[in-house]
Design a protein around this ligand. Structure first.
Ligand code: ATP
Ligand code: MG
Length: 195
């Protein structure tokens, strides 16, 4: 049998985890939710199934795609792709933003130069519409740019009522003081496994 290594996306494919998924759906309007747990435990699966169940508009950024020595350009390119995937919903908001270019189906956020758009400003603009911003593998954010992301989330937490951030990671430290809801993805008990 071929074992599928990828995270599950559909509720039917996810064994157990009803508690975690329903906690995510129930809290989906809170500003900041974190899904924690050790490697390969099912964090991304809980995130994806929860997002599908919540039936709200979301963008998903996988920080695992960042190289070791990533720069602002790499980070912005991830945000740009994520926004491009929701262009139908976000176009009317994005087209008004000076630091954002839309070419066909592709969004480009200016990462430097004259029309540079800070993440804080980006979040303030996105706040015009209800949006969930999911960030998978948030612990991959390190160095000076991670500070920028954290500060932008902290700002959005206070001012951008239409935005919800969902972060997953195996390390909790991130934004600790702001976290509203922590969904712990724990190992199934031996009891559960032996049934
Ligand atoms: N509850 C579950 N039911 C079925 N398969 C699961 C379940 N939880 C995890 N898996 C499977 O285990 C693997 C790891 O899951 P997933 O990628 O969601 O975990 P993760 O915690 O995000 O892992 P990583 O630490 O690599 O990011 C995947 O192949 C996924 O399909
Ligand atoms: Mg994962």
């Amino acid at each position: 049998m071929l074992f599928d290594e990828r995270p599950k996306e559909r509720k039917e494919d996810l064994f157990d985890r009803e508690k975690e998924v329903s906690a995510l759906v129930r809290n989906i309007r809170r500003p900041l939710i974190v899904i924690t747990g050790v490697r390969r435990i099912g964090k991304t699966s809980v995130l994806l199934v929860g997002l599908n169940e919540a039936k709200e508009n979301f963008i998903l950024i996988d920080f695992r795609k960042l190289k070791e020595n990533y720069g602002r350009k790499d980070l912005y390119s991830l945000f740009s792709s994520a926004l491009s995937s929701k262009l139908g919903y976000l176009q009317d908001v994005l087209k008004k933003v000076k630091g954002i270019g839309i070419m066909g189906n592709y969004v480009e956020i200016k990462w430097g130069g004259r029309n540079y758009l800070s993440l804080t400003d980006l979040f303030d603009k996105l706040n015009e519409k209800r949006l969930i911003i999911a960030m998978d593998e948030a612990q991959k954010l390190r160095g000076p740019i991670s500070k920028e992301v954290k500060e932008a989330i902290a700002h959005a937490y206070d001012y951008d009522r239409n935005l919800t951030f969902i972060l997953t990671g195996s390390e909790v430290g991130l934004l600790h003081e702001l976290i509203d809801v922590e969904i712990k993805t724990l190992p199934f008990s031996e009891d559960t496994i032996s049934k």
